[in-house]
Design a protein around this ligand. Structure first.
Ligand code: ADP
Ligand code: ZN
Length: 738
């Protein structure tokens, strides 16, 4: 007699966990019940036990090879979430791609895609009541009237509260009607989260130049194939109006659209523009959302609901399953680069995601990054240009104020020519923006007795005076202290002097020189919420502010029709610094600031105070010679084999123990295998030698474009053993070098 073998009750699967595991695929093996096998497809999200925790995972496939019978390992059970919660194959590929490129554990990248744990359990819908009989079937006239009053509501279950509001029926009457079979309990439908009305038709006609641009984008969206575009147009040329057409095309096709914006640009003004164009607000995605909102956006994204998401960089990791287009607005902006955790660049990865999803990507900017321009030149990206400002607005006239010829007074920061122009503008009741990219009162404080500068106890950085708060603050680690009476070094009292200007100090000068003018500071210390930003803009629109004093926060995307004069208080900030992109960054920032002026009928003026009037950046701005500036920057980079012609990667070592760190760094340098086409620079003390109490040392690896930089670094790091209490951070394609 043969005994049938017991049927195996389950199957083994590999699951990638949303946490950092020391395995290359970031995965572990789990069992899954056989009847749930249909939920074991790659991409399916599951819940799995890990030690005492329950974590989210993603199925990556069946586990090959079963443990030998004499060595049975009991695997823990994976519990699938509902079938809708599955990442598409392009999304799975995208997550892997990001992990490999930035040399991050796959689980750490996956975690960014499942950042809303509350979204995994289905919504519990509140109970409502639905009509299941006609009024004639009611046993009393009262109940008949109730049914008649509700008949408009057709099949939609209503809450007891709304039935009471419509008919006056009490809870007990409703219960009785359920018992009589006139009503039945039913879950209420969740409200459609963003009704996409039929307002996809454009209200404002586009100009010829805009139509040409928009047609290229919509054709690409309709073609449902990858293509990358640079939408390159002067400030105010209508880039937003143009890419809205691409968004509309995606919506018409029943698909989803993602617009990435620098966080600060996610203003109500942007929402309003979407509302005007589409008839509904975009779904927002940024760090300040409530969990309920995050949950709703995440679930609609994975369910493939047609939607427009306007979000900060992390929105790129939303699990859209029907994405039709990705727009990156202000693509040159460095805030698209995440600087901790997984150090990714959302603009670069947006193009990768578009490619893997077979959809177009649109990179929009008035000052595209050199990387993007070179990609366009090499034919990788389609270059679309908008040369004209919309409507009457002309480009502002830019002049330099040579501070070596017309210096400012001692401890003052506005030179006579700028003061005159401000006076003029005030007399004409026009608005003025004074731009100074320095928060606080003074960037540095010096003791006049011992000549020591006051530095942060945790960082090798000067403490910044914030006079309104009566504090010294570190802009790197957040350390703060009361403004000291006596010098921390020599103990002498009353000799500490703030040096240099910040926006607060500039405001003092403005108040002194123009006592009748109304002024407002726009910096991250003052404008801490979007509500405060809106209130500020409102005051500007209403003409309640004459002089705006702002940091780079004010530079982006805002329209101030009454603004005619922009004064750049220190155009040299950022010009010396040795950062590879210093010149480019400065050019972008100054162009953006200049673009704030003269956006309506009145001609705009920009005055830039400088002690280096011959600097390339400034000359190119005055002569309106962008092409010349770009050409010269490109030549410099090409000669030095710097990005975008060569590649860079940084390795940052940090430790509380300086000696251990230095010893290990030189040992690491000795173990560098001298790869061909690559140069190791360093170890060198980081520009911020001490950060949050950690000593820091940097390596920079320069490589030819063609070599596999990541593989070389991986091999090198495999050879060295990183001691405990030394941290090693990788920064692939770095954009900052502190
Ligand atoms: P950019 O994004 O290039 O800075 P915007 O799209 O913000 O330019 O356009 C600048 C201003 O001109 C906005 O107020 C916008 O509403 C307006 N505008 C641009 N194109 C048109 C158009 N075709 N019809 C009406 N208004 C337009
Ligand atoms: Zn500090």
């Amino acid at each position: 007699m043969t005994v049938p073998l017991p049927e195996t009750a389950d199957t083994l699967i590999r699951v990638m966990l949303a946490t950092t595991l020391p395995y290359e695929d970031g995965a572990l093996t789990y069992r899954i019940d056989k009847q749930e096998l249909s939920l074991a497809e790659p991409g399916q999200l599951v819940s799995v036990p890990l030690g005492k925790r329950q974590v989210t995972g993603m199925v990556i496939g069946e586990a090959a090879g079963i443990a030998p019978e004499d060595k049975v390992i009991t695997f823990k059970t994976a519990i699938p979430y509902d079938a809708a919660l599955r990442l598409t194959p392009p999304m799975q590929k995208f997550l892997n791609w990001v992990a490999q490129w930035y040399m991050e554990p796959p689980g750490a990248v996956f975690k960014m895609a499942v950042s809303v744990p509350s979204a995994f359990t289905p919504e519990v819908l509140p109970t409502g009541y639905q009509i299941v009989a006609s009024p004639e079937q009611a046993s009393t006239p009262r109940r008949r009237n109730i049914l008649t009053a509700l008949s408009d509501m057709a099949m939609l279950p209503q809450s007891a509260a709304s039935i009471h509001a419509m008919t006056g029926a009490s809870a007990s009457t409703i219960k009785a009607m359920v018992a009589e079979g006139l009503l039945k309990e039913a879950p209420m439908a969740s409200l459609p989260s963003s009704p996409l009305s039929g307002l996809l038709n454009r209200q404002k006609p586009l100009t010829d130049e805009q139509i040409l641009a928009a047609d290229q984008l919509t054709a690409a969206v309709d073609a449902k194939a990858f293509k990358a575009f640079v939408l390159d147009g002067v400030t105010g040329s209508g880039k937003t109006e143009v890419y809205f057409e691409a968004v509309a095309a995606a919506l018409r096709a029943g698909r989803q659209a993602l617009i990435l914006l620098p966080e600060i640009a996610l203003s109500q003004a942007f929402e309003k523009r979407c509302l005007e164009r589409f008839g509904f607000s975009p779904r927002l995605w940024h760090s300040g959302l409530t969990d309920a909102r995050r949950r709703a956006v995440w679930r609609d994204a994975i369910k493939g609901e047609p939607m427009v998401v306007a979000g900060a960089r992390s929105a790129l990791f939303l699990p859209f399953s029907q994405l039709g287009v990705i727009v990156v607005d202000e693509e040159h902006d460095h805030s698209f680069r995440q600087q901790d955790g997984v150090r990714y660049h959302a603009r670069d990865m947006a193009v990768v995601r578009a490619k893997l999803s077979g959809i177009p990507a649109v990179l929009s900017s008035a000052t595209p990054s050199l990387e993007t321009l070179v990609n366009a030149e090499q034919g990788k990206y389609e270059h679309i240009r908008l040369m004209n400002r919309f409507g009457e607005a002309g480009m502002p006239e830019i002049t330099l104020v040579d501070l070596t010829k017309t210096p400012t007074e001692r401890r003052r920061w506005l030179s006579p020519p700028l003061v005159d122009s401000i006076d003029n503008a005030l007399q004409n009741q026009e608005q003025i923006l004074l731009f100074l990219n320095r928060r606080g009162y003074a960037p540095m404080s010096l003791c006049l007795s011992c000549r020591e500068r006051i530095v942060c106890p945790n960082c090798s950085a000067w403490l910044v005076t914030h006079k309104s708060a009566g504090q010294l603050r570190c802009h790197h680690c957040g350390h703060f202290s009361r403004f000291p009476e006596q010098c921390p070094s020599c103990d002498v009292e009353g000799m500490i002097m703030p040096c240099g200007p910040g926006v607060e100090r500039l405001a003092e000068e403005v108040a002194f020189r123009f006592p009748d003018a109304r002024q407002g500071i726009f910096s991250s210390d003052v404008i801490t919420t979007s509500a405060k930003a809106e209130a500020f803009f409102d005051a500007v629109y209403k003409g309640e502010i004459d002089i705006i004093i702002g940091t780079q926060m004010i530079a982006k995307g805002h329209h101030f029709p009454g603004l005619t004069l922009v004064g750049v208080v220190d155009a040299d900030l950022g010009l010396s610094g040795g950062d590879l992109r210093g010149g480019e960054l400065s050019w972008q920032l100054l162009t953006q600031v200049a673009g704030r002026s003269g956006r309506a009928e009145k001609k705009g003026r920009v005055m830039m105070q400088t002690a280096m009037p011959e600097a390339r950046v400034l000359q190119s701005l005055v002569k309106d010679d962008r092409a010349g500036f770009i050409r010269a920057e490109k030549e410099d980079r090409e000669d030095a084999n710097m990005p975008p012609y060569g590649r860079l990667a940084a390795v940052i070592l940090s430790s509380r123990n300086d000696e251990k760190l230095t010893a290990f760094a030189s040992q690491m340098a000795m173990q560098w295998p001298n790869y061909e086409g690559m140069t190791l620079l360093g170890p060198a003390p980081a520009p911020i030698r001490l950060l949050r109490g950690q000593h820091r040392v940097r390596f920079l690896i320069k490589a030819e474009r063609e070599v596999n930089l990541q593989r070389a670094i991986a091999q090198w790091l495999n050879e060295v053993k990183i001691p405990s209490r030394v941290q090693c951070q990788l920064d692939i394609d770095p954009v900052s070098f502190f």
